[in-house]
Design a protein around this ligand. Structure first.
Ligand code: NAP
Length: 294
């Protein structure tokens, strides 16, 4: 891949299901790209296409104008941003963007730490799943200063098609929590509907062709429902990550004095699945709970 030296140098940390595709789009667009992942083997495909492999987040920070993180949990974000080998300590007046689904409170804390260190910061979590990451069609919800958003926009446009500046630091993560609350009840509905159809002896593929184009249609029914119909329970989105998100969302809701019965039930059902060893399956595996109780 040929680099375009007039484009900002990008660093990308976290090359899992989502990050590997998102980073590949930036490389394909011509950005010089430095990468780091906890398990180094996940960097190999990008390095083969011209990315520079780094041994620490610090090394990524030292050679990047814009640094993007797409790791797993808020604790991973804290380590990569605030740790001794972290990007805040080692970047040089850079734009730091966290695209992990993480907590709004942490996003605010990171924005303050960045301002003190002379960096700009954005929280920019995404929606659209592994398919959206692969096809560069993510929805990206952004919190932070308008000037940082304007600077980030051309880069975010390489990974997504629906990019909205939602407000100050933490507003991106709050938006993502709202998204996850919608998904929590939706995926339960999809699994219930498909379990009912199975009980009635209907063909699942035909069912999806029929109701997927009607008022029930949407990503959870059409994409996750189709995986369920094929018996494909591999992770596009890990159950353990959804439990992380529901934990953050329900804690935030509690602080607002809000009761969210749908999200609360989804957390219980997914906790049941995790207790039975299914936390590394995809969220569509909830269907198994409805049909077999596993
Ligand atoms: P994933 O496959 O687990 O990817 C996360 C990657 O980050 C892993 O490769 C992991 O390394 C790496 N990582 C974790 N901690 C690290 C650290 N301290 N330093 C360096 N690398 C670190 O998960 P994912 O599905 O891509 O999801 C990433 C984030 O996006 C999560 O917060 C998730 O909730 C969110 N999200 C996911 C989806 C989806 O559909 N998958 C959609 C929207 C948002 P290892 O390889 O060593 O584990």
């Amino acid at each position: 891949m040929t680099h375009n030296p007039s484009l900002p140098r990008v660093g990308f940390i976290g090359l899992g299901i989502m990050g590997q595709h998102m980073a590949a789009h930036l490389l394909a667009a011509g950005h010089p790209l430095a990468v780091y992942n906890r398990s180094p083997d996940k960097a190999a495909a990008l390095v083969a296409k011209g990315a520079v492999a780094c041994a620490t987040p610090a090394q990524v920070a030292q050679q990047s104008d814009v640094i993007i993180t797409m790791v797993g949990y808020p604790s991973d974000v804290e380590e990569v941003w605030l740790g001794g080998q972290g990007i805040i300590a080692h970047a040089q007046k850079a734009l730091l963007i966290d695209m992990t689904t993480s907590s709004p409170a942490l996003a605010k804390r990171l924005a303050v730490a960045c301002a003190q260190a002379g960096h700009q910061a954005l929280d920019a979590p995404v929606s659209g799943g592994d398919v959206g990451a692969r096809d560069a069609k993510l929805s990206i919800m952004v919190g932070g200063d308008a000037s940082a958003f304007d600077k980030a926009l051309p880069i975010l446009q390489r990974m997504g098609t629906n990019i909205v500046h939602m407000g100050g630091a933490g507003a991106g993560q709050h938006t993502k929590m709202s998204n996850q609350i919608v998904i929590a009840s939706t995926i339960m509905g999809v699994c219930e509907g498909l379990a009912y159809a199975k009980g009635a002896g209907l063909d699942a593929e035909a069912l999806l062709r029929c109701i997927g184009g009607g008022a029930a249609g949407g990503f959870q029914l059409n994409v996750m429902g189709s995986r369920i119909a094929k018996g494909d329970f591999a992770p596009g989105f890990f159950i353990e990550h959804f439990l992380k998100d529901l934990g953050i969302a329900l804690a935030e809701a509690e602080q607002m004095g809000l009761d969210l019965p749908g999200a609360t039930l989804a957390r219980k059902l997914y906790n049941d699945m995790a207790a039975k060893g299914s936390s590394r399956l995809g969220t569509q595996a909830l269907f198994q709970l409805y049909v077999t109780g596993v």
